[in-house]
Ligand binder design. Structure first.
Ligand SMILES: [Cu+2]
Length: 338
């Protein structure tokens, strides 16, 4: 369990690598709107608005977080007055309409999403959590919590906007409470219980009451990136390599034995003369046939987190055995650990 906590501390501090976890893409969040044509400051860490990370949130700030995912004790860049919060309305909805929210997951830690809105009607005014809590949105199936399923990429959540709520400016708050580790709520302990790594996103929207109203705001279509995500899934169940390596050595080595020297000088520790293709060279082929499944090992950056590298390998084997196999930390072969 401590190791799993560490896992997310490492990823959210970004010391060793940029990882991220998820971002609100539709309506695009304040830190994400630059990706969709808005001339707002770029936040490339928009997929980790995670309260400064698990350690900062729960060990320094008593579990508190900025309402839009900024660390509680830091600059509130994603709240009114912050550099990403410019009051630009990214989407206009009608009262009571279905809001199809989209969240792009880059690292999947399970858990659940919740969505809330706060009518501020003033881009300079910060939304409070109390205000958000008054408008917890339900999905079209009636549930308020969206249970995150395995997989990566965008997911769509159909939310019902409250009847009677209109606003020139509302803030939509997305919050992800992950199931990154096993912890407890009182005596009830489970994966996902208790303090968990959290992610947020806030978007500025308008909700108009007049169904025939031509919105005074430009409704800017959200164009999703056409590139397929390059992230690799962290859930073991949903990812299986579909293609086996297709490379087959087509040519036999062209080595022909040189005329037999009655007194050959052979390199020490090698059964072959120098012109024979060394094994290492064959393995540099982009699609090598690997005769044996390689061992499940930890990647170098992850390895250095452990006192002994064997502990890192064991961590990978155990974690992948438990069904939560982070490919960024463990070798590809860890998928097949049984
Ligand atoms: Cu994490």
């Amino acid at each position: 369990m401590e190791l799993l906590l560490l896992l997310c501390l490492v990823s959210s501090t970004g010391v060793t690598m940029v990882m991220g976890h998820a971002r609100l893409i539709d309506p695009p969040g304040r830190s994400t709107m630059w990706r969709y044509g808005f001339h707002t400051p770029r936040n490339t860490d928009d997929h980790q608005l995670s309260c400064g990370g698990f350690g900062v949130q729960f060990y320094q700030n008593g579990g508190k977080c900025g309402v839009c995912g900024d660390r509680y004790d830091g600059a509130r860049d994603n709240e009114a007055g912050g550099k990403y919060a410019n009051g630009i309305i990214v989407h206009t909805y009608k009262m009571g309409e279905i809001l199809r929210a989209r969240v792009e997951i880059t690292v999947n830690h399970g858990g659940w999403f919740e969505f809330k809105v706060c009518p501020t009607n003033n881009p300079g005014k910060r939304a409070t959590q109390d205000c958000f809590d008054k408008y917890l949105l339900r999905q079209t199936n009636g549930a308020t919590r969206y249970q995150v399923r395995p997989g990566l990429g965008p997911v769509t959540i159909e939310l019902m906007l409250p009847s009677g709520l209109t606003c020139t400016q509302c803030v939509l708050q997305w919050r992800w409470n992950t199931a990154s580790n096993v912890a407890c709520d009182g005596s009830n302990c489970c994966r996902g219980c208790g303090p968990q790594e959290q992610f947020y996103g806030c978007a500025d929207i308008t909700i108009t009451g007049d169904k025939n109203n031509n919105s005074p705001y430009v409704h800017q279509a959200v164009v999703l990136p056409t590139n397929k995500p390059t992230f690799r899934p962290t859930f073991r169940a949903t990812f299986r390599p579909t293609n086996r390596p297709t490379y087959k050595p087509t040519a036999r080595p062209t080595y022909r034995p040189a005329p037999v020297n009655p007194n050959p000088v052979l390199p020490v520790n090698s059964g072959f003369p120098d012109s024979f293709i060394p094994v290492g060279q064959i393995l540099q082929n982009p699609n090598p046939v690997v005769p044996q499944a390689p061992a499940c090992t930890a990647k170098p950056f992850w390895r250095v987190m452990f006192p002994l590298s064997s502990q890192a390998d064991k961590w990978c084997k155990d974690t992948c055995l438990n069904g939560l196999c982070p490919l960024d930390r463990c070798s590809q072969s860890c998928w097949s650990v049984k």
